[in-house]
Design a protein around this ligand. Structure first.
Ligand code: ACO
Length: 328
């Protein structure tokens, strides 16, 4: 006899109800980098747009930063920590594997409600993968609220003698709280990977667990493929480019962000360019940039916001989200 299993009652969707972020206090300037390797403020600014970046202290790890960003997002949502039933942490710079990073965050937050704990490693697009997984779990009726965190301590996987990479990398964390709703504020994800480019970004034993990349290959891919993926995400959400008010691409570098905004016809909208003062923080860059600009009052309420993450894997993920209702 064929069996049919009972499924949870599906809900219409999810939306963002809280945003939070954390950056280490220490700021590393281009001039300081120029005293460490053969580079200059001028080279870094013109090739990457980066002016300065934040670097974590000893003892300030992926977990500590993730916890602070989650705490801020949960408080922003007006909840206490047991108000969320699932923690998803996206990171590519995790050095300790068990407990996983989400479990470390649950313990550090002192949660007592047996939350689901999931880690995701799809590098610079990990956060958008996390939002998609959280949204799917909420839609399936498996959980009511999820905190999705991107947290990176890239400084610990950076070769500080390699001028081609050390000028890009930085540390920080950002988080969203998503909640079940009848009025969806997270659009369908457009996601995938390019297996032929799997070695474009590498952190592995053979590279001494340090980050190496084919910068030219990534730049070429972004300029030829990113706009099509982003357009598909806007279409999947039932919108047109005219509806998009905010664009938050992965903060890899300004030489990708600006031309991409131009290709998409979004230069007259709010384009988040936090990379200039935060560097590249991989999975953290999109929630960090959006949360900072949101709390600075630079992003309107209920604004259709296009997220586009890409990087190591070589993986990508893009979706449209609505910003929260701003509390008075
Ligand atoms: N300071 C001074 N000179 C440098 C530096 C530096 N920090 N780094 C490289 N150079 C030199 C190179 O040695 C080379 O010198 P040469 O011509 O004598 O050989 C010259 O500058 C040009 O080097 P390229 O690597 O060709 O520089 P390019 O113009 O491609 O810029 C960059 C490098 C910024 C990484 C570019 O390729 C890029 O924007 N790539 C996109 C990828 C990216 O942003 N990756 C981020 C991490 S992965 C991710 O987040 C998805």
């Amino acid at each position: 006899m064929a069996h049919m299993l009972k499924a949870q009652r599906a809900v219409a969707g999810s939306r963002i109800i809280g945003l939070g972020h954390y950056q280490p206090a220490r700021v590393l300037t281009n001039d300081e980098l120029a005293s460490m390797v053969d580079t200059s403020d001028e080279w870094i600014r013109t090739r990457t747009g980066i002016i300065e970046r934040h670097i974590a202290a000893d003892g300030e790890g992926v977990g500590e930063m993730a916890t602070e960003a989650a705490r801020a997002a949960i408080a922003d949502a007006g909840l206490d920590v047991d108000g969320v039933g699932m923690i998803i942490v996206a990171s590519t710079s995790v050095m300790d594997h068990s407990p996983n990073m989400a479990g470390r965050v649950a313990a550090a937050l002192g949660m007592t409600n047996n939350p689901v704990i999931i880690d995701i490693n799809t590098a610079c697009s990990g956060f958008e993968h996390g939002v998609a997984v959280a949204d799917a779990a909420i839609r399936a009726g498996q959980v009511e609220r999820v905190v999705v965190i991107g947290s990176e301590k890239l400084s610990q996987i950076t070769d500080w003698t390699d001028r081609t990479t050390c000028v890009l990398c930085a540390d920080g964390a950002g988080a969203f709280v998503l909640e079940a709703t009848d009025d969806p504020g997270v659009g369908p994800v457009v996601w995938g990977s390019e297996p032929t480019m799997s070695r474009a970004v590498i952190v592995e034993e053979e590279s001494g667990n340090k980050f190496t990349q084919d910068g030219r290959m990534i730049l070429r891919w972004a300029m030829s493929k990113a706009s099509e993926i982003s357009r598909s995400a806007v279409e999947a959400a039932g919108l047109t480019m005219d509806d998009v008010q905010v664009f938050v691409p992965h903060q890899a570098n300004l030489r990708i962000i600006e031309p991409l905004a131009e290709q998409l016809g979004l230069t007259d909208r709010t384009v988040v360019t936090d990379v200039q003062v935060s560097g590249n923080t991989s999975a953290a860059s999109i929630p960090l940039g959006l949360s900072k600009w949101w709390h600075e009052g630079r992003i309107p309420s209920n604004a259709p916001t296009l997220l586009f993450g890409f990087g190591g894997g070589f993986a990508y993920a893009s979706q449209v989200v609505l910003t929260p209702n701003r509390k008075p």
